[in-house]
Write a protein that binds this ligand. Sequence first.
Ligand code: FES
Length: 353
Amino acid sequence: MTENSKEVELQSSAINSEHEYDGGLRVANLDAVKDPGLEPHRVRMTDKSVKHEKAAVRQVSLLFAVSMIGSAFALWAYFTFPLSENLSTVRLNTLYLGVGMTLGLMGIGIGAVHWAKTLMPDNEVSEERHLTRGSDEKRAAAIEILNAANQESGFTRRKLIRRTLYGSLALFPLPGIILLADLGPNPGDSLRHTFWKKGTRLAKDPTGIEIKASDITIGSVFQIIPSGLNPENKEYLEEKAKAAVLLVRVDPSELNETEERKGWSYQGIVAYSKICTHVGCPVALYEQQTHHLLCPCHQSTFDLVNGCKVIFGPAARPLPQLPITVDSEGYLIAQSDFLEPVGPSFWDRSVKS
Ligand code: FES
């Protein structure tokens, strides 16, 4: 019987008996993934012809020569364009050094790969896997060593030493764990609240001038801080960083407000936290035509007229909205603080305070 006919017979018996139903539900799946074996060996041109072999030798040498030229060029550039106060020299130094070093490294790398692929021996070699379990002799020798170490150190015999060692090992990690308490002051609920309170007037940043609804035309954007935020205050920067708001006016008919948020805007004027919910960069760009707010750090994009939902980028949550209205003098005021924490997520953000 030829090898081929044996193979065909084996295959057909494997197909016929792929599943064996032998007394009940037992299923035997024979050789579900067949070993594909090695691909047939392909003889390289450099093995067949001396001409190609010599060409490959020249190519590899050429690549190494390019590497030498590149490195020499980098050295020349280093001494010819020393780092100085002259910016153009610094620029040339960086550029030429980079080019020279790139050529130096690339020439060696590509040359070595080309050498290995075209000229070094091209035989498929397979290595049998050995058992990961050690031989019985090795295992017995290891146990012997452990027993000898036990005897010599007296570990089981000297109870006092053994117990004090256990105690020291148990206590040893505690100072490291206690140090975790010094990671910083507990922020308490400061991450959940900002300077905004019911009735706080909206003021322009950085002048602090309070702003009226009539000052805002459709399409305009203002960076806003709470009125009364005092720059002399020690906490000024922290409070400003949490309370900063973007104020935008759009055509009220374009706003898609949820039932719950109807009444949070005033005649198309909406106020959203300026602090990106990704990692807290200031959302700084407003695209008037599309009503998109963009965070320049990682391009998170928020849809202003749809509750500042995230429409692109890594931010996971919409920008929190500040409910606003006007007071009797027409000044814009906050109806309350933000109703959710502003800025990026923190570990217990979802826990209600
Ligand atoms: S901080 Fe805004 S996208 Fe990353």
